[in-house]
Design a protein around this ligand. Structure first.
Ligand SMILES: Cc1ncc(C[n+]2csc(CCOP(=O)(O)OP(=O)(O)O)c2C)c(N)n1
Length: 356
């Protein structure tokens, strides 16, 4: 028994791709399954390419998400196109699925200010690196939508470590009190860099933290794209109806390092980590597709090739970007730079001129 299965967890597909809960059976169409698969393949391909680019010195530090694709893709596909997304640095699988540009996402990791700019008309907030700070902001954005009388909802992503931060608790309390239409989507990958969840908190699950704020809390298998999609949709519908927030704990795993700047062998057994591929979200859907007549070799090959082409094109576009303007470091922090920023900028330019 391990942490993931020690406490009750909801699942539709087991690790062998068998449907163990038929509640949503009628809503699972070939079209939906193929959409899931296309996005899973695309974002896995993207993530692997980004890691390789970093290793080749063509990208700065990068936060890997391999293993967490179902949690990200399933939840992003549950959104309405005008909803808001508040991602972290590890949620490119979600933001790309929701319509973010691959090139822009890569450029973020090259320190480009362009990397934080969402595509026109898409409410994707720049990735949050300060842990949990996006959570109260998401609650605030949700309250604004409610006050404006719209039916748009908000999703906020965060890891297990973030739930030990004050911002998490403030955000949940605020959203609960004001019935803000927000889904708090936790990806519990068991680690906050090197700190395992069992050393970080005495709470048995993340979902149980919802009790304190009297909002629903669900604990789902985050490697099962079906349960992720349907539970997120349910939470979003609840939010749109004015019934307030939901906390979702999607239990998952990152196979690789925290970021490319991290060495996971210092704090966990990477061979054990690789064994988690037994629960892999992509393989699981493939198994389901094969046993339900949704598998077509020619189509799958086409999906792979299309993903390769899209990712390769994004890399070419990234590398064709004009060199960054040194002013960008200082000019995009505040609309009007503060005196401290002005001072720093002047000092740095002096240094570049050889005067500092
Ligand atoms: C406020 C704040 N404190 C500390 C850090 C350093 N830090 C970066 S990532 C991280 C771990 C976060 O873990 P978790 O929330 O579980 O998300 P994961 O990285 O696993 O997706 C920490 C402590 C930070 N970025 N921001």
């Amino acid at each position: 028994m391990n942490y993931e299965t020690q406490y009750p967890i909801q699942q539709i597909l087991d690790k062998e791709g068998n449907m163990v809960d038929e509640y949503y059976k009628d809503e699972i169409s070939k079209d939906l399954v193929q959409t899931f698969y296309q996005h899973l393949i695309k974002v896995r391909n993207f993530d692997r390419k980004a890691k390789n680019l970093q290793r080749q010195g063509r990208l700065g530090t990068y936060a890997l998400f391999e293993g967490q694709e179902a949690a990200q893709v399933g939840s992003a596909l549950a959104l309405d196109k005008n909803d808001w997304m508040f991602p972290t640095y590890r949620d490119h699988g979600a933001s790309i699925t929701f319509g973010h540009s691959l090139t822009t996402t890569l450029s973020y990791w090259n320190g480009r200010f362009e990397g934080g700019v969402p595509p026109e008309g898409k409410r994707i907030v720049p990735p949050s690196v300060p842990i949990a700070t996006q959570i109260p902001l998401a609650a605030g954005a949700a309250l604004a939508e409610r006050r404006k009388g719209t039916t748009q909802a908000v999703i906020s992503y965060f890891g297990d470590g973030a739930t030990s931060e004050g911002d998490f608790h403030e955000g949940l309390n605020f959203a609960s009190v004001f019935k803000a239409p927000v889904v708090f989507f936790n990806q519990n990958n068991s680690y906050a860099i090197s700190v395992p969840i069992w050393k970080q908190m005495n709470s048995k699950t993340i979902a149980q933290k919802s009790v304190a704020y009297d909002i629903p809390g669900v604990r789902i298998d985050g490697n099962d794209i079906f349960i992720v999609y349907f539970e997120t949709k349910k939470a979003l519908e609840r939010a749109r109806k004015g019934e307030g927030p939901t906390l979702i704990e999607a239990v998952t795993w990152r196979y690789g390092a925290h970021t490319t700047a991290d060495d996971p062998t210092k704090y966990r057994d990477q061979e054990e980590s690789e064994k988690r591929r037994e629960f892999d979200p992509v393989t699981r859907l493939e198994k389901f597709m094969k046993s339900n007549g949704y598998w077509d070799n020619a189509w799958v090959q086409q999906v792979q090739e299309q993903a390769d082409d899209e990712v390769n094109q994004a890399v070419m576009d990234l590398e064709a970007m004009p060199e960054a303007d040194i002013n960008d470091i200082y000019d995009h922090i505040f609309a009007e730079p503060t005196w401290t920023i002005k001072e720093q900028k002047e000092a740095y330019f002096k240094y570049l001129r050889g005067e500092g």
